[in-house]
Design a protein around this ligand. Structure first.
Ligand code: NAD
Ligand code: UFG
Length: 338
């Protein structure tokens, strides 16, 4: 039996493939490499000493999905494939909806035809919009998303919930990630953003490595302890292990299951800058600028449900997030294009 990982060459996907291979699972990856490199999977093989079956292709392409489902004995699908750049989604909404929503529908249609009934879907804390309570629990209101990327996640969740109601043989797990950061401790795989990073930690590490002059901190007048935005940063290896736990718990466990994957701890932008500087002994110049449109003040999870039901909790602290980010960045200043 094998697990199909869509988007498995990407940042979170590649780290999850490592954890699944370490747990002796057989892995098939489907990725169109639109935001990743095949080298990540070669590195995964180096880390684990195991092999990955790779298909370069698109989740919108039924032929390749049919080929995979007929040639491999797939028991579960972990569905990472998607576009994730918030700003780009505002400029190209149809592209995002087509890729993320139509892509997910196509995948699930082909799963149903092939009688593959287990799905884990990569969702995001963005579905909570501006959260009604902090820490955020899974039963907080969703919707109120502020960009097409976030709306695509919200809509795929709804589509999957309706689909589970119509096809009760399905087991669907929705994992709402908070802010994934860090890298595998080997320094062989990590986040390799295209162009100038949107996210905080890749930006900080590119300033540290000298590729960018200084960090712009978006707002210092939020209603938070130091005025900068507060988020729940989670080490990508902890996140990856969350997928393994979700599979183990809900394999053939019919129904629709939703979990937050976060640490439950909120750190501000300034906390992150100071921690990076201290752990890695490198100065990160920064300046304060205007707030970024669409940002909220505070977002962190209540991870209790995942702890109680999946037996999962995060093991990596802020120091390890910073160390591992820097280890990846300094050894791969140009990402996978060395
Ligand atoms: P990523 O871009 O590194 O990985 C996504 C992968 O999917 C890439 O390898 C890309 O080439 C592939 N892909 C995209 N469209 C595809 C298609 N149509 N067919 C086949 N492959 C396709 O991103 P990531 O950070 O690893 O994110 C993985 C998932 O987690 C995404 O769905 C993302 O929206 C979600 N997520 C990410 C974050 C985050 O901050 N990184 C937070 C919440 C949720
Ligand atoms: N920030 C800066 N300067 C930067 C980048 C970010 O000050 O150059 C600040 C932001 O204002 C925010 C914090 O750092 O306060 C984190 O910002 P990120 O862009 O790293 O992360 P977000 O919380 O904005 O969004 C991330 C993902 C989304 C996802 C969301 C919730 O990018 O895709 O987490 O999971 F939806």
């Amino acid at each position: 039996m094998a697990i199909l990982i869509t988007g498995g060459a990407g940042y979170i996907g590649s780290h999850t493939v490592v954890e699944l291979l370490n747990a002796n699972k057989e892995i098939v990856v489907l990725d169109n490499l639109s935001n990743s490199s095949k080298i990540s999977l070669e590195r995964v093989e180096k880390i684990t000493g195991k092999t990955v079956t790779f298909y370069e292709g698109d989740i919108l392409d039924r032929t390749i999905l049919q080929k995979i489902f007929s040639q491999h004995n797939i028991e579960s699908v972990i569905h990472f494939a998607g576009l994730k750049a918030v700003g780009e989604s505002v400029r190209k909404p149809l592209h995002y909806y087509q890729n993320n929503i139509t892509g997910s529908i196509t995948l699930v249609e082909e799963m149903l035809k092939a009688n593959v009934n287990n799905l884990v879907f990569s969702s995001s804390a963005t579905v909570y919009g501006d959260p009604e309570i902090i820490p955020i629990t899974e039963d907080c209101k969703v919707g109120g998303t502020t960009n097409p990327y976030g709306t695509s996640k919200f809509m795929v969740e709804r589509i999957l919930e309706d689909t589970v109601n119509a096809y009760p043989q399905l087991s669907v797990v929705i994992l709402r990630y908070f802010n994934p950061v860090g890298a595998h401790k080997s320094g062989l795989i990590g986040e390799d953003p295209n162009g100038i990073p949107n996210n905080l930690l890749p930006y900080i590490s590119q300033v540290a490595v000298g590729k960018l002059p200084e960090l712009s901190i978006f707002g210092n007048d939020y209603n938070t302890p130091d005025g900068t935005g507060v988020r729940d940063y989670i080490h990508v290896v902890d996140l990856a292990i969350g997928h393994l736990k979700a599979l183990e718990k809900h394999q053939d466990d019919r129904g629709y299951h939703v979990y937050n994957l976060g640490t439950g701890i909120g750190y501000s932008v300034l906390d992150m800058v100071k921690a990076f500087e201290k752990v890695n002994n490198i100065k990160v110049p920064y300046k304060f600028v205007e707030r970024r449109a669409g940002d909220i003040a505070t977002c962190y999870s209540d991870p209790q449900k995942a702890f109680e039901k999946l037996g999962w909790k995060t093991e990596h602290n802020l120091e390890q997030m910073m160390q591992d980010t820097w280890n990846w960045q300094k050894n791969n200043p140009n990402g996978y294009q060395n």
